[in-house]
Design a protein around this ligand. Sequence first.
Ligand SMILES: [Zn+2]
Length: 350
Amino acid sequence: MLIPKQTVIPTLVRAKPGALDRMGLYAERYGFIRILLFFSQDLDDRLIGRLTSSLRSRNIQILQQAPVESIGFEKAAELFGGCSANADAIIGFGGGKALDVAKYIAFLCQRPYLSVPTSLSNDGFCSPQSSLTVGDRRRPLPSAMPFGVILDTAVCLNAPEILWHSGVGDLVSKFTAVTDWKMAFHARGTPVDDFAALLSDASVYQFLARPVRDLEGMILLGTALLLNGISMSICGSSRPASGSEHLISHALDTLSKRPRLHGLQVGVATYLISLLQAQHSERIATLFEATGFWRAIASDPFDRAEWLEAARVAPSIKSDFYTVLSSRDCLPEIERALSCDPNLRQCFRA
Ligand SMILES: [Zn+2]
């Protein structure tokens, strides 16, 4: 049974051009006078300069400022060990790795976390989990939901287009994740939180109405991904945002010679799974056409043998996690789809 629980949602949400230059104002408004800042190692110095000068303009003290070099749990624990106990809040700034590590440190420190992504490549910037490596395996660890999410849409628009494609791929996976969740309810009695499922589904439709890569489109994609994170927080499970398409992507992360961006793997897997589920395929294909997602994948196609192996091991990755892949032996259908479906054919090397 799912037990109703208090949902943690961000209090501060800003999605607009120039939001980065107002960080000092936002921090001051909420009484965050002393902060810790963790940022992506390869982040443009000019962006770091904009953030720090905005904070200093409001006399916010940056007690500590450190680049995030790895997503290792051990490294995150080490950074946590060196954290000042006087910090009022923690800022994560940049790409997924830095945000995951900063979010986890905020969780360990029990301090409010401000998430400041510089691209929208997946839904991790506002989710209750951090994906860190423990030993040599990537694992989802419980983490802090952000107190604040600050999206500078002009900064996100400036990020490479492939990161946007990745965000689109991760967003659309909510269709197949929710279908898997409902299948799990019917087959195994897995409890479904209706509101979380509805919110997750609705966030995709919101983006589908205007899937354009411009400033307004960044607000739509950003808030849709943010609502996905909240849907996970509502039900205390990753079910509304992650189903069998994510299992395939997790398998690829482990076995592929060259794993790709999360949302690129997830997006193609979503379309494949939608064929098995016989739902939403047309809608997903049209969206991928409109956004240039298919073209982006075709320009650097995947390895078919790796995908078949990933699909074979995917159902055994998570225990007690029923999906369409558990419902029957899907491998023959997958093999056929990879070679015969015109959308998928272009995604794999001949
Ligand atoms: Zn994802």
